[in-house]
Design a protein. Sequence first.
Length: 285
Amino acid sequence: MRKSYRDELVGVFGTPIDENPTVVIQEAAFKALNLPFRYLTIEVRPEDLEKAIDGLRAMNMKGINITMPHKTKVLQYLDYIAGDARLMGAVNTIYVKDKKLYGENTDGKGFLLSLKNGGVDTVGKKVVLLGAGGVARAMSVELAGAGVSQITIVNIEREQGQELVTLLNENTSIKANFVFWDTEYKVPEDTDMLINGTSVGLYPNTNQKPNIDYSTIKRNMIVCDVIPNHPHTLFIREAEKRGCRTFDGLTMIVNQGVLGFRFWTGMDAPVDVMMDALKKEFGII
């Protein structure tokens, strides 16, 4: 039997893209399971997205991750979109089946998997979510489906925040409300979970943290950050100072990768291998 020199191709489209660490976890997983897959980190500008999707088809790729700023625009180029992704209005993972492109959103699913693995019960919880962009939309929809009772969306863009609140109130069973973020935000005392769903703290601006009154964070709150560059963000550090249990962006990005791996290969991902690879990349181990 002749040896095949061809690898199956997956990857990520976005801009900026150079600092996206997903290649680290996916390549480690492919190597661990001896799979002939390669993960490509590809810069795609907004005006070239349609051509890039055509290229995905033309090169018979197995799928692609979609990151900023393409998560919404890409929907128009897909054959099928999962119901929750359509409700969110954003896709971050595409897989190919029978030459058709299927869109999924694993942002919120990866986050919920982190909470589940950490033994956190979301039912009946009151959540404060900072931000209303693509990641925040995905997280809020998934949290609504996971039984939280209330979500407060705090956002600096009024229209964007109100739009997300309307989406939640009209399409889910939770109570959602909006707070315009034009000054230092004070976290309500009855908050169960505080989440940074913004890009504040993202590389290279690692010296920044969301504009909130950190003295209003209480010990009983669960505090989460979606930022995937070195996970010990200033936001997380402030919460830890106050004795809060925290969840960082590292576990979220690995769990997203686990879901994407399954879509592309049909196999269960080696989670520990992926986590260790990312920790090593960030100098944590």
